[in-house]
Design a protein around this ligand. Structure first.
Ligand code: NAD
Length: 232
């Protein structure tokens, strides 16, 4: 019986995650279109059982830089794979995982910064990090952790030839998929939940620190804290 699942595990980062988990003794199920699993299909998630580790990693690019050129089909697909694929996965795992279960979602640096080359991709990855951080408390009550890994540009088939050429011309370094798997290993073996771990070439993985947003002020100038259940 599988002890770990990796979505999008047939290629790139997912293949490296699956290899790393196997090296650590896990029986890994690769859930990929290539293996007949569509992360955007809720019925496919009904087949997933109580694994100890889940890497929700499948993802696709979103579309052109100019929203006027956006085709509906590509937009819907990016939201379905990148957002539904994570939300539906977590919904299922929250119901079946045992306490001690660990979930890591592959977001991107585009979850934390603007990405003018692909605004829809950035929107979906911001959604992943927002979901991970917001779902963490409810999952913690079930003894399950959930984190996001946020890599910069990784040398996988997702990086198109023109982008690859631009990066090479600029001497810009790419991460390897194995380096991302190493960072995920850090998330899986350290305490914490709701983290967004940034991975960049030449740096140790580092948990992103989110700044505080301005809260309301009372008439007397005092800061008003939200009631606990609404607190970030
Ligand atoms: N490559 C990068 O520069 C980079 C950087 C940051 C984050 N990411 C993210 O890492 C993840 C993996 O990307 P990659 O670079 O390895 O890409 P990739 O294209 O090499 O692999 C993606 C895998 O996802 C699978 N997939 C696509 N749609 C699916 C679906 N509906 N159901 C199941 N599987 C599906 C594909 O078949 C493929 O095997 C993605 O979420 C991506 O957004 C990539």
């Amino acid at each position: 019986m599988a002890t770990a699942i990796v979505t999008g595990g047939s290629s790139g980062i997912g293949a490296a995650l699956a290899a790393r988990l196997r090296d650590e003794g896990h029986e890994v199920d690769v859930l990929d279109l290539e293996t007949g699993f569509d992360v955007s299909d809720p019925e496919h998630w009904d087949r997933v059982g109580a694994v100890g580790v889940a890497c929700l990693n499948a993802g696709v690019l979103g579309g052109p830089p100019d929203p006027a050129d956006l085709e509906l089909e590509g937009y819907r697909r990016a939201v379905a794979v990148n957002v539904d694929g994570v939300v539906l996965g977590v919904r299922r795992l929250a119901a079946v995982m045992h306490p001690g279960g660990r979930i890591v979602c592959t977001a991107s640096l585009a979850a934390l910064t603007a990405m003018p080359d692909d605004p829809v991709y950035a929107a979906t990855k911001h959604a992943v990090v927002g979901f991970v951080r917001s779902a963490a408390p409810a999952l913690a009550r079930r003894g399950i952790t959930i984190d996001a890994v946020c890599p910069g540009i990784v040398d996988t088939p997702m990086v198109t030839a023109p982008v690859r050429a631009r990066l090479a011309d600029a001497g810009f370094p790419l991460l390897t998929a194995a380096e991302v798997a190493d960072a995920v290993h850090v998330l899986l073996t350290t305490e914490g939940t709701g983290r967004a771990l940034v991975v960049q070439p030449g740096r140790e993985p580092i948990a992103f620190r989110f700044g505080n947003v301005p809260g309301p002020r009372a008439a007397d100038g005092e800061h008003l804290a939200p009631p606990p259940s609404l607190a970030p």
